[in-house]
Design a binder for this molecule. Structure first.
Ligand SMILES: [Zn+2]
Length: 362
């Protein structure tokens, strides 16, 4: 009996402790979401669209550097690079900060901060403002706590003109050893706006963009870890269904994860879209939403255009005049914040674990 009550007390203490600890981690995730929304609004209202090589792109780096400086982050680094795009040399930058962690493991969490579709009226709100704001806020808020691993939070420039920032980061910083070789990379590109959240791994067939396919890494391990955590936390992340050329859960090399996968680094890629829509080119995830306001005419029962020959809009947000905070808030009230919150919760838990411990030596 005594043994039983001692056991019961122990259980009660452990349970209340872990509940307390969990709510601390959840509160941190909420702060990350709140800060991300504030940063996103600052970027959109003060800077707006951020085409590769533009002054607005440079202003975005300054905004991130200022936020990280105010948070007393000491390991902020930048990389400037020039690339020739359609016969014109443009200058862009990557900016990152590394937070040392409790293990030798090194995780890179990256998002591009440039945008495209300015002429169409895009602000780059979901592609990729939400994710750039999240990466900025994660570094700012997590710097006060012990992390499971050493984490580099990086914002890439010039993604929309051929993944230039990620290529420069991998080829010049990682391969030279100036940035320690990552054990994994998580790419955040368009993590809000679309109907569903997905976590992808690379196709088993090496990406055509790889200079050297012998080092290509198609491991689904990071995707698996994140999906398992999402399941435990009851967060609605999905595996994308199989589509000709793309087996279940696997994605092509059209974003910043590709240079990492080419270099042999296991990657996962989080994105919000809708692979159940029969879009212009099939079920390829380019049609992001079934909201009728994003279609010329939507056949809701077949989840495709009423007239495939005349449809022009196809439920697309990225790179269009719909990728704006005002428009998206009208079409899908609260969605950007809700999806951002899911990704925040997943990543904060992944990097911190169940218990929040203040960073040693602060
Ligand atoms: Zn993007």
């Amino acid at each position: 009996m005594l043994l039983k009550s001692v056991f019961l007390i122990a259980v009660l203490i452990t349970t209340s402790f872990s509940t307390f600890a969990n709510s601390d981690v959840n509160a941190l995730a909420n702060r990350v979401t709140d800060r991300s929304m504030i940063i996103l609004n600052e970027v959109i209202t003060q800077i707006g669209a951020r085409p590769a090589g533009s002054q607005q792109e440079k202003n975005t780096v300054k905004l991130v550097a200022d936020i990280w400086q105010q948070a007393n982050l000491t390991r902020v680094q930048r990389q400037s690079f020039n690339v020739e795009i359609k016969g014109q040399v443009i200058n862009s930058q990557n900016i990152w900060v590394t937070l040392p962690g409790d293990s030798a493991k090194h995780i890179v969490i990256g998002a591009h901060y440039d945008s495209t579709g300015v002429k169409a009226g895009s602000q780059g709100a979901t592609d990729n403002g939400v994710a750039m704001a999240l990466v900025t806020a994660l570094a700012e808020q997590l710097s006060a706590y012990q992390l499971n691993a050493t984490v580099t939070f990086v914002l890439f420039g010039a993604e929309e003109v051929g993944l230039q920032g990620a290529k420069a980061f991998v080829n010049q910083m990682v391969k030279s050893g100036q940035v320690p070789e990552p054990d994994s990379m998580i790419n955040l590109d368009t993590i809000a706006g679309g109907d569903k959240l997905y976590i992808h791994s690379p196709t088993q067939t090496p990406y055509k963009s790889c200079n050297n396919t012998s080092t290509y890494n198609a491991s689904p391990a990071v995707r698996g870890e994140l999906l398992l955590l999402a399941k435990n936390k009851q967060l609605a992340f999905n595996l994308h269904p199989s589509f000709p050329g793309y087996p279940e859960g696997e994605t092509a090399g059209w974003s910043d994860h590709a240079p990492f996968a080419c270099a042999g680094i296991p990657i996962a890629y989080i994105e919000a879209t809708n692979f159940a829509i029969n879009g212009r080119d099939g079920f390829d995830g380019y049609s992001q939403s079934l909201h009728p306001g994003l279609w010329d005419c939507l056949d809701t029962s077949l989840q495709t255009a009423c007239d495939r020959d005349t449809e022009e809009r196809w439920g697309r947000i990225w790179h269009t005049g719909q990728d704006r905070l005002d428009t998206l808030e009208t079409l899908h009230p609260g969605r950007l914040r809700a999806q951002l919150s899911d990704v925040s919760e997943l990543l904060v838990d992944y990097l911190i674990g169940d218990v929040l411990t203040p960073r040693h030596g602060r």
